[in-house]
Design a protein around this ligand. Structure first.
Ligand SMILES: Cc1cc2nc3c(=O)[nH]c(=O)nc-3n(C[C@H](O)[C@H](O)[C@H](O)COP(=O)(O)OP(=O)(O)OC[C@H]3O[C@@H](n4cnc5c(N)ncnc54)[C@H](O)[C@@H]3O)c2cc1C
Length: 251
């Protein structure tokens, strides 16, 4: 039986503001020596230390927005009122160069297949790093529509993507699932083979799944769909709900 590798210990190199509600923490150091290359869009399981050294760390999942020779950039959505965003957000806001953080992984990126006739992509700010990586990797001739839900107009980001992929920035500060579903249903359906990609809050994901899989008939091969968090639950609780949901929907 293969054992999971021990988490690596990374050094915090720097922090920077991406947009008002997105904070980048760049990590690196000796842990990168045996870290695999080209992990943009993959994910890490960060072990966020508790207040006391003897506390069990909180495991939180984050996307590698970009990997360079010296660093992994991780973009944290600043959810919650100041100081009340959960262990991961609090850790990121307090992080300073020289701090250390253990992380398992990387887990694989969920990229878009290069040969679909068109793409329908949707997600909230937690999925923005993964969406940006996926769209950056598409061939130039790709066409489609990407809905990216953001907290404020100022949370729009520039990133490279094929000109034929229309980016719709959906400002939805309270993350009302009706707004997300409405926007998804309003995307004009095109001819040809579609590939759907959706990652967002659990209830938004369920509505998107019901539309894309249930009404539009997308097969598992045509759709990546996942919840990245759930309103009111910490990550461990969300993981349990997600597993139960996966079992229920595959039955
Ligand atoms: C594969 C994968 C990749 C991910 N990549 C990223 C990423 O690159 N960047 C990123 O920011 N997140 C990402 N997430 C989501 C992130 O793991 C969760 O948001 C996580 O719960 C945050 O941990 P926390 O300690 O801040 O909050 P928790 O302790 O987990 O939760 C505390 C409270 O905050 C609420 N909460 C959690 N997240 C949010 C949110 N985004 N908005 C509003 N309320 C929230 C919870 O419902 C709970 O009430 C990813 C998740 C997955 C599964």
């Amino acid at each position: 039986m293969s054992r999971r590798p021990e988490p690596r210990i990374f050094d915090v190199l720097s922090t920077s503001v991406v947009t008002p509600n997105m904070l980048r923490v760049s990590i690196g150091g000796a842990a990168l020596d045996d870290f695999p290359d080209s992990q943009d869009g993959g994910y890490l399981k960060l072990r966020i230390p508790g207040p006391a050294p003897t506390d069990k760390p909180s495991v939180r999942t984050y996307t590698i927005r970009r990997q360079t020779a010296d660093a992994l950039d991780i973009d944290f959505v600043l959810h919650g009122e100041a100081g009340a965003g959960g262990p991961a957000v609090s850790w990121a806001q307090a992080a300073r160069p020289g701090d250390r953080i253990a992380a398992g992984g990387p887990g694989p990126a969920k990229l878009l297949p290069p040969d679909a006739d068109w793409y329908l992509v949707a997600g909230d700010m937690t999925a923005l790093p993964a969406i940006a990586v996926a769209l950056e990797a598409l061939p130039d001739h790709a066409v489609g529509h990407a809905i990216i839900e953001i907290q404020t107009e100022a949370d729009r980001q520039e990133f490279r993507h094929p000109a034929g992929i229309e980016i719709e920035w959906l400002v939805n500060p309270d993350q009302n699932p009706d707004v997300f579903e409405h926007a998804l249903r309003a995307v004009p359906w095109r001819d040809g083979e579609v590939y759907g990609w959706c990652a967002t809050e659990f209830d938004e994901m369920r509505r998107a799944r019901s539309y894309l899989r249930g009404e539009r008939g997308l097969s598992p091969a045509q759709l990546y769909i996942s919840s990245y968090w759930k309103q009111g639950l910490v990550e461990d609780q969300h993981r349990e709900v997600k597993q139960a949901d996966a079992v229920a929907t595959s039955a």
